[in-house]
Design a protein around this ligand. Structure first.
Ligand SMILES: [Zn+2]
Length: 179
């Protein structure tokens, strides 16, 4: 009788721990990734990453505690005062390049097959961009500093079409077009 109670309690603790862990990971992930800010020192675009652990700890403590863990001007400028963080508003998540890309794709249609995009954030197979000259670029390969211009000038291509088209261009001799 006691044994089954212990087992029940242990199972409950594991389940609660698991659920809490998943929720924390999700909050952590909201701060994780690259974003573009302007360096106050030279007024040029830099790609930075927030320190997700510290941001999450701050969120739990109810304070804004943002710090950088990476910047394209490091290591030369390592130890700077991280003044660019003033540009991060109340919603750092919305500034992340992968989030901006996901929002841009949502409800658009692939220009090659017409399929509508659902939310692509954190999906394993990421879509791609097609430029005016017909060049394809994986959305994960875009330099965040060029994101504004890419989103303004490129067309959406789904992962299926991107992989098929990339294969066709690399190995035209292997592709048999159906009549
Ligand atoms: Zn497609």
């Amino acid at each position: 009788m006691y044994l089954s109670l212990y087992l029940l309690a242990a199972a409950a603790i594991i389940i609660v721990g698991y659920v809490a862990g998943v929720a924390l990971m999700r909050r952590y992930r909201r701060y994780e990734g690259e974003m573009t800010l302007t360096c106050p020192e030279n007024r040029e675009h830099v790609v930075v990453e927030l320190n997700p652990k510290r941001a999450l700890a701050g969120e739990i403590a109810g304070i804004d505690d943002l710090a950088l863990r990476a910047c394209t001007r490091w290591p030369e400028r390592a130890g700077c005062d991280e003044g660019c963080l003033d540009q991060v508003g109340a919603d750092p998540h919305a500034l992340l390049a992968r989030v901006r890309i996901a929002e841009w794709f949502e409800h658009k249609e692939c220009v090659l097959c017409g399929r509508e995009f659902k939310r692509v954030e954190d999906q394993e197979h990421q879509p791609a961009f097609l430029d005016r000259d017909g060049a394809l670029i994986a959305s994960t390969d875009v330099d965040p500093r060029r994101l504004d211009i890419v989103l303004a000038t490129h067309l959406p291509v789904c992962w299926n079409c991107y992989s098929a088209e990339t294969f066709r261009r690399r190995h035209p001799e292997l592709v048999v077009e159906s009549a």
